[in-house]
Design a protein around this ligand. Structure first.
Ligand code: RET
Length: 133
């Protein structure tokens, strides 16, 4: 599949609010977060990924190896411990985040030279699209 690597800037963000409500994020943080111009920085070395979510308000970074379960602490998001597993499904990088919240995870893929990200939690789906910086 096309590489996810690089620096990516958000161009659309649909239902981030609903996703944050599902995560249990309070109204004050949601009000700030929904306006952020998010940037993704993706690095890949073989099966090892580092994905950074950068903003003027808060940053979030996660490192993982594909097909290897890991403990993720969602610091600065909802600050929860989840067991995460990332795998390739066709051309999509798919993560399942097992924890207190049902049906939680995300999917990253490239389409039309853009980075697409679906974030889901408890029936809420947020769709973000990033263009290459
Ligand atoms: C911010 C600001 C504070 C509130 C929330 C945030 C959400 C971050 C998210 C990050 C997703 C990262 C992923 C990484 C993949 O490897 C921007 C930190 C809720 C949703 C999917």
């Amino acid at each position: 599949p096309a590489s996810l690597c690089g620096t990516w800037d958000i161009i659309s963000n649909v239902n981030f609010e609903g996703y944050m409500i599902a995560l249990g994020i309070g109204p004050h943080i949601r009000k700030i977060a929904v306006k952020l111009k998010l940037r993704k920085v993706v690095e890949q070395h073989g099966d090892q990924f580092v994905i950074k979510t950068l903003s003027t308000f808060r940053n979030y970074s996660v490192s993982f190896r594909v097909d290897q379960e890991f403990e993720e602490f969602t610091q600065g998001l909802d600050s929860k411990h989840v067991k995460s597993l990332v795998s390739w499904k066709e051309n999509k990088l798919v993560c399942e985040q097992i924890g207190e919240k049902k049906n939680r995870g995300w999917t990253h893929w490239i389409e039309d030279d853009k980075l697409h990200l679906e974030l889901y939690c408890e029936g809420q789906l947020c769709t973000q699209v990033f263009k290459k910086n």
